[in-house]
Design a protein around this ligand. Sequence first.
Ligand code: AMP
Ligand code: MG
Length: 439
Amino acid sequence: MKSHLYHHLSRFFYEEQYPENYTKGMIILRDEELSRDFPVADEIILGQKIPEDLRPIALAYGGHQFGHYTRLGDGRAVLLGEIEKKGILYDIQLKGSGRTAFSRRGDGKGTYSSMVREYIHSHFMNAMGIPSTMSLAVGVTGEEVYRRMAEEGGVLCRIATSHIRIGTFEYAYEAGGIEKVKELADYVRSRYYPDKDYLSLLEEIGRKQARMIAHWMAIGFIHGVMNTDNMSIVGETIDYGPCAYMERYVPSQVFSSIDTFGRYAYDKQGIIGQWNYSRLAIVLLELIEQSGQGNRKDVQQLVDDFIQWFQEDYQDFMAEKIGFHEQKPELVREVLELMEIKELDYTETFVKLMEDRLEDPWVEKWKKEFPDKKLMEKVNPRIIPRNKVVEELLERRDPKEIEEYLRYIKNPYGENIPEKFQKKMTKEELRQYQTFCGT
Ligand code: AMP
Ligand code: MG
């Protein structure tokens, strides 16, 4: 591991910060395959021994949280450095590693439950081929953390292509002005988008985010907290806080306890993606104009196009789910309507369809268009991290059982999944189910 890339940025963007030394900590989950490519020792993850050449940092950023701008930053995370794999540099970050200059009133800690939750969810996202941060390992810290009650502390080691968010650009703009925006944009271009000018940088980021959100929706994923500080500029899923999977198909589904007005409801994720993207566009506008690479109309056009990109990708993913290589908006609409009316489980309906087990007159109409079952098998998971199963696993705290579950989660198209990993919530349980932020 090296620690140099972010140090190319001026101090305005970070503070040096060592992770807390969890002397009584212990690693309880570790991904062996990832560990081969990213060998990060237990004692580093637990903050017990940080090699001298690493100068860990906490990144500064801002973000619109539920529509309101706030200055944020890594309040409970530190970036250790980067590891290269196949010519790409990945960030290695610890989450739950103690207080930083950006902790505000928080304790800088994570709980066992939320770190394991992120571990499970991010492994599934990767298995589905959706860009996401990766989880290398989870440790228990040997400390109590106080949330709604005393909980076991946890620390997560995660890997990401980038930790730069839309919110990092907002912070540069708001606290530093165009000079800092330029510095950040040049850093982002040189590291992630080497052949792009500022206008095409903006376009690429938008296309990637639109595609990621469309893909989430195709698998029934609700991120739950799409604040601009949780929107990565490489279009990777980041921050598995109050996320959850839809079970029964309810387009307006919300699980997050603090999302009172459903801002981040399942079916609003595309439009919210556009809203977030427009924050980035505003920040980059002046730079684009000054550099002579585009004007306001060009920037406005990109923001308008976002929904188009999202819709196109969504229709592509949904068509594949019902077995077609080209878009079938009508059939997609009909199968979703059918699920909604009959109160069917989203994930299971596609599996039943591909296994000829779905009973409905609509199936005859669908068959007349010759769906490709092989294609369906490649894109429709037979397992998702179901709310009830994940909650039960977190409660039982048995690392062996979690490892067993992960074997299925990492192979979501496989058959013969044990019943205990397929438990659904009842209608009443779903109505009451809540997920939480920052736990
Ligand atoms: P999140 O909802 O996890 O995306 O976090 C939003 C912001 O709150 C980020 O700046 C986090 O670093 C910060 N934050 C979340 N939990 C804590 C905590 N326990 N202590 C300090 N900062 C936190
Ligand atoms: Mg966050």
